[in-house]
Design a protein around this ligand. Structure first.
Ligand code: 4NP
Length: 156
């Protein structure tokens, strides 16, 4: 089955849109078309574009995320996606509480995909400076590379 990947953070304006952008870029570079999206556990920023610092960070890496719009994660996401990745442990706890019994999606902490970062959170750059967003980018891009390596079916 074709992967369908959802990234979830708190507000869906900083970390998870960057994870979405990083994976979209890597999947399209492979010539593949997966369902890729992001959401927040909170609904505070519903309908808003990503934080301008996240937009600037993505643009520095050649990706325009100005058209992304924040949304809150929904129970139906657990059947619409094959994999749901939480950006930090609190997001993971909130998703576990929301997950319906018998839901299909595989639910995990995002950095568990990166062997030397297993168990770590993608730090929330919201209250920091621009440099924090660049660290966020490097972490979510490493995770995106790991997701592609694990889930893509390369012709041999
Ligand atoms: P995100 O960052 O979860 O990576 O989108 C945050 C965005 C907004 C807030 C906190 C974190 N906030 O408190 O509004």
């Amino acid at each position: 089955m074709k992967p369908a990947i959802l990234f979830v953070c708190l507000g869906n304006i900083c970390r998870s849109p960057l994870a979405e952008a990083a994976l979209r870029a890597r999947v399209s570079a492979m010539g593949q078309d997966w369902k890729i999206n992001s959401a927040g556990t909170a609904d505070w920023h519903r309908g808003k574009a990503p934080d301008r610092r996240a937009q600037a960070t993505a643009l520095r890496h050649g990706i325009d995320i100005s058209a992304y719009r924040a949304r809150q994660v929904q129970v139906s996401d657990f059947t619409r996606f094959t994999h749901i990745f939480a950006l930090d442990q609190q997001n993971l706890r909130d998703l576990r509480a929301l997950r319906p019994v018998g839901a299909g999606a595989h639910l995990a902490l995002l950095l568990d995909m990166v062997p030397d970062m297993a168990g770590e959170a993608v730090a929330d750059p919201y209250y920091g400076d621009d440099a924090g967003f660049e660290i966020t980018w490097s972490e979510v891009d490493r995770a995106a590379a790991a997701i592609v390596a694990q889930l893509a079916r390369f012709p041999t």
